[in-house]
Write a protein that binds this ligand. Structure first.
Ligand SMILES: *[C@@H]1O[C@H](CO)[C@@H](O)[C@H](O)[C@H]1NC(C)=O
Ligand SMILES: *[C@@H]1O[C@H](CO)[C@@H](O)[C@H](O)[C@H]1NC(C)=O
Ligand SMILES: *[C@@H]1O[C@H](CO)[C@@H](O)[C@H](O)[C@H]1NC(C)=O
Ligand SMILES: *[C@@H]1O[C@H](CO)[C@@H](O)[C@H](O)[C@H]1NC(C)=O
Ligand SMILES: *[C@@H]1O[C@H](CO)[C@@H](O)[C@H](O)[C@H]1NC(C)=O
Ligand SMILES: *[C@@H]1O[C@H](CO)[C@@H](O)[C@H](O)[C@H]1NC(C)=O
Ligand SMILES: *[C@@H]1O[C@H](CO)[C@@H](O)[C@H](O)[C@H]1NC(C)=O
Ligand SMILES: *[C@@H]1O[C@H](CO)[C@@H](O)[C@H](O)[C@H]1NC(C)=O
Ligand SMILES: *[C@@H]1O[C@H](CO)[C@@H](O)[C@H](O)[C@H]1NC(C)=O
Length: 512
């Protein structure tokens, strides 16, 4: 067996060698013939036989000069000068409509070959991949009037110079995905009247100049997913009155200020998931009258400012999963509540820090009324905890010393402290029942708690359907509190510590 395998290998090597030799001879012949024919440097780019050439193209339609419409080129060896004669050879196929460069060796193509493109006046699509293009120079695409699509994904672009993409009257799509672009300057995209889709996903963008996209006023889709953008203002998206979809997921936005999207009158989809949004202006979404879909999942929102959804009354899909919300009131949701009932609507709320109280009552009726299965499923999965924001009020009134001791004690006992005095006595019974089962501080499904037994803080007793949301000034401790779970395994010692703690908290509470 082994001997046979050896033979096969041997044969294969011989065959390969023979093949290499014959093609080398052939290549030499061809080069000779061509040099004779042309008497110079200009080769047919679709028929390069010179093995040392740094660029080789395969043309689909024909190998004859002046007739190919599609060329796929490979760049093998690095360091081609910008004015290398090879680029002039593209003049041999002026009817090319589709051209792509696959760069095979790292560092083999460090610029957009404008010198080649300028001969290709009929070009509609250009695609360069795996190069090490660090910057895109002004007019890199040679003002090609018929160009429709440009893809420069997976290069190493850091800078888009002024007029990098300019005077391209038919350009519809630009794809710059997976580069290292650091910022979007003012005139990098200039005079692009037909640009509809701009993809900047997976770059290192931190800043966008005001009005950076204003010369691409017909843009329909702008994709800025997976960057490091942390600040947006009311001029960032100036001029984008036609935009339909804006993707800003996976950035570092933490403060959404007022009128940020005010220019985007036609926006239908706004994706802000996986940012660090903690602060949000009540007027952040003002102007988005056409918005249908808004995602704010995986952020750090603890509070939804009242009136936030007043400006987006057409909203029918809202994702607020994985935030730190402790309430979402009827008042918050009222402007869009009716949109959340049809079959195709969608409201997602799981993984928050909701407190079990009557501000969540509306979830029961929405669960009943919505026709959307995903909304039903999501509501079924919404959980809340019985500990209350009231605790933080009590905490707020302690002296600083006590605060420290208090927090330390909680840390050591892993207990959830409950101060129920502000609650109606009927509601307190529920708490006691829960505590006797050792469930205090445990997450519960909102919908499994009968709506009428959801406790109401005293402040909100007068109204049942749309209680005003009392913003508690001391949110930090509340979040701290939530991380301490009640353990059934608590030792007797710990349990007694807990009761001391409860007592002292009540004491402080009653004395203030
Ligand atoms: C070039 O292509 C056209 C049609 O695509 C064809 O009629 C013509 O014969 C071709 N010319 C050569 C030299 O191959
Ligand atoms: C493109 O057009 C601009 C403005 O007309 C001009 O300044 C620039 O030289 C042109 N670039 C090329 C490569 O044709
Ligand atoms: C856009 O492309 C079409 C067809 O490819 C062409 O007829 C037209 O002249 C181009 N527009 C401009 C402004 O050059
Ligand atoms: C771009 O971001 C990636 C990942 O976030 C990082 O590894 C890389 O160093 C950044 N490059 C530059 C030029 O900032
Ligand atoms: C958020 O941005 C607004 C407007 O720039 C500013 O007034 C506010 O102080 C910022 N908030 C935080 C917490 O940074
Ligand atoms: C849900 O619907 C049922 C029957 O349609 C009704 O009896 C019940 O009161 C409703 N519950 C809520 C919370 O609206
Ligand atoms: C907090 O604890 C420290 C020692 O752990 C003690 O000296 C201090 O008096 C305590 N403060 C209060 C207000 O109990
Ligand atoms: C407590 O709430 C119940 C209904 O939930 C109500 O009937 C009762 O009057 C309330 N009691 C007080 C003291 O507010
Ligand atoms: C107490 O718990 C039991 C068992 O889970 C339940 O049947 C009962 O309704 C609860 N009582 C209150 C007041 O929630």
């Amino acid at each position: 067996m082994e001997q046979r395998a050896l033979w096969v290998t041997y044969l294969l090597i011989i065959l390969t060698l023979a093949n290499e030799m014959s093609s080398a001879v052939q290549a030499r012949d061809n080069t000779k013939r061509r040099t004779k024919e042309k008497g110079g440097f200009q080769k047919n780019i679709c028929d390069i036989t010179d093995r040392d050439s740094k660029v080789h193209c395969y043309c689909e339609n024909t190998r004859e000069p002046r007739n190919a419409t599609k060329a796929e080129c490979w760049v093998f060896n690095g360091g081609i000068p910008r004015d290398d004669l090879i680029w002039q050879s593209f003049a041999s196929q002026p009817t090319l409509q589709t051209l792509s460069f696959n760069v095979r060796v790292d560092g083999a193509l460090g610029y957009v070959p404008t010198k080649a493109l300028q001969y290709l006046q009929r070009l509609r699509s250009i695609n360069i991949k795996y190069g090490n293009i660090v910057d895109v120079a002004p007019f890199a695409l040679a003002n090609l009037t018929n160009l429709k699509e440009v893809s420069l994904s997976q290069n190493q672009i850091e800078t888009l110079q002024q007029y990098a993409f300019a005077y391209l009257p038919n350009l519809t799509v630009i794809n710059l995905e997976d580069n290292m672009i650091l910022e979007i300057g003012k005139d990098s995209f200039f005079d692009l009247p037909k640009l509809q889709k701009l993809t900047l996903t997976k770059n290192n963008i931190t800043t966008i100049s005001n009005g950076a996209f204003q010369h691409a006023f017909n843009l329909l889709e702008l994709d800025l997913n997976k960057n490091s953008i942390f600040h947006l203002n009311r001029h960032t998206f100036d001029g984008l009155a036609n935009l339909r979809k804006l993707d800003l997921r996976k950035n570092r936005i933490y403060n959404l200020t007022e009128f940020t999207f005010a220019e985007l009158w036609n926006l239908q989809e706004l994706l802000l998931g996986k940012n660090e949004i903690k602060y949000i202006s009540a007027r952040a979404f003002d102007g988005l009258s056409q918005l249908r879909k808004l995602s704010l999942d995986d952020n750090k929102l603890a509070v939804i400012p009242s009136g936030l959804f007043e400006g987006v009354r057409g909203l029918s899909a809202l994702d607020l999963r994985s935030n730190e919300l402790h309430a979402l009131t009827f008042d918050n949701i009222k402007p869009i509540l009716d949109n959340l009932k049809p079959l195709n609507s969608n409201l997602l709320l799981e993984e928050n820090n909701f407190v079990c109280d009557c501000r969540l009552k509306w979830m029961h009726s929405l669960r009943n009324e919505t026709k959307s299965q995903s909304t039903k499923d999501s509501l079924d999965g919404v959980t809340c905890k019985m500990d209350t924001p009231i605790v933080s009020s009590a905490y707020n009134k302690m002296s600083d010393d006590t605060k420290i001791n208090y927090s330390l004690e909680i840390l050591h006992t892993s207990a959830t402290v409950e101060v129920v005095d502000k609650f109606n006595t009927t509601d307190r019974k529920l708490d006691e029942n829960e505590s006797s089962e050792g469930k205090k501080g445990v997450k519960r499904n909102v919908l499994k708690i009968p709506a009428e037994t959801l406790p109401c803080p005293k402040e909100t007793m007068t109204t049942t359907e749309s209680p005003p949301f009392i913003v508690d000034p001391v949110i930090p401790i509340q979040n701290e509190m939530k991380t301490f779970r009640f353990h059934e395994m608590n030792s007797a010692e710990r349990v007694s510590l807990t009761s001391i703690l409860v007592m002292s908290v009540s004491f402080i509470f009653f004395n203030t």
